[in-house]
Design a protein around this ligand. Sequence first.
Ligand SMILES: C[S@@+](CC[C@H](N)C(=O)[O-])C[C@H]1O[C@@H](n2cnc3c(N)ncnc32)[C@H](O)[C@@H]1O
Length: 265
Amino acid sequence: MKISRLIKESSLPTLDSELLLSCVLQKSKEWLFTNPDFGLSNELLEKFNELQKKRREGVSIAALVGSKEFFGLEFKVNENVLIPRPETEILVKEVLKIQPKSLLDVGTGSGCVAISVKKNLSNCEVWASDISPTALKVAQKNSQKLGVKIEFIESDLLEKTSREFEIIVANLPYVPQNSVEIEAGVKKFEPSLALFSGSDGLDLIRKLLIQISKLSQKPKFVLLEFSGDEQTEVLKIFTSKIFPNSKIEILLDLAGIPRVLKLQS
Ligand SMILES: C[S@@+](CC[C@H](N)C(=O)[O-])C[C@H]1O[C@@H](n2cnc3c(N)ncnc32)[C@H](O)[C@@H]1O
């Protein structure tokens, strides 16, 4: 069947079917526009139909095509990592304002934060950790593909890290365990290790903050992603107790939602 007819007759939004066809044919979207009469073989048609079925079940386009753009770079993704979200770019932007000489990204997933920082700050020594060895494999592949040198460590939060860092950043899981707000497709197809963290979503963030407070050489800055007003209140109270002498700021994302806790000692 011809490309133009497949797009017209697909029950998916046009952009989705174009992206899936590009993936199946290994061609750009522009190529599709200039070759509307190209006919798919039965094998490719079967592949396209399979992807359409999964998309209708709620799998994200990024997971289906195996890549996602973040901070202007293309990251490979698979079922072992969270698909990078645009709101996380705020962490990278903030780091670039500070221009640190060393950074640790805790819970690096696809490596999107650590790699984007290193791409833009070549003099910064970047370390990235994750508890998941399969996520670290994806991050390592992305760092090779994008040509940056990052030190990767498999670690439960700071357990295996010993050196001093000027900044610690983290987008750890922060979805409350029984959240009803999370989209079905996200819950079903993204790793739960990357999503959930206790009843209010803040267990891992609290644990990390406690670990940081006990370091003999504390970082000058800590940037932690979270979400919303409720978590803001809990985090402000908790953080001011264990870091009484630090400046605490809450940064908003582009939608005006509280998104990052910034701690400066
Ligand atoms: C929300 S995802 C974020 C991934 C990536 N930083 C991003 O922004 O796309 C959280 C990541 O934290 C990792 N993680 C979960 N528990 C952890 C722990 N105890 N120590 C280190 N990493 C952890 C997960 O494996 C996952 O890759």
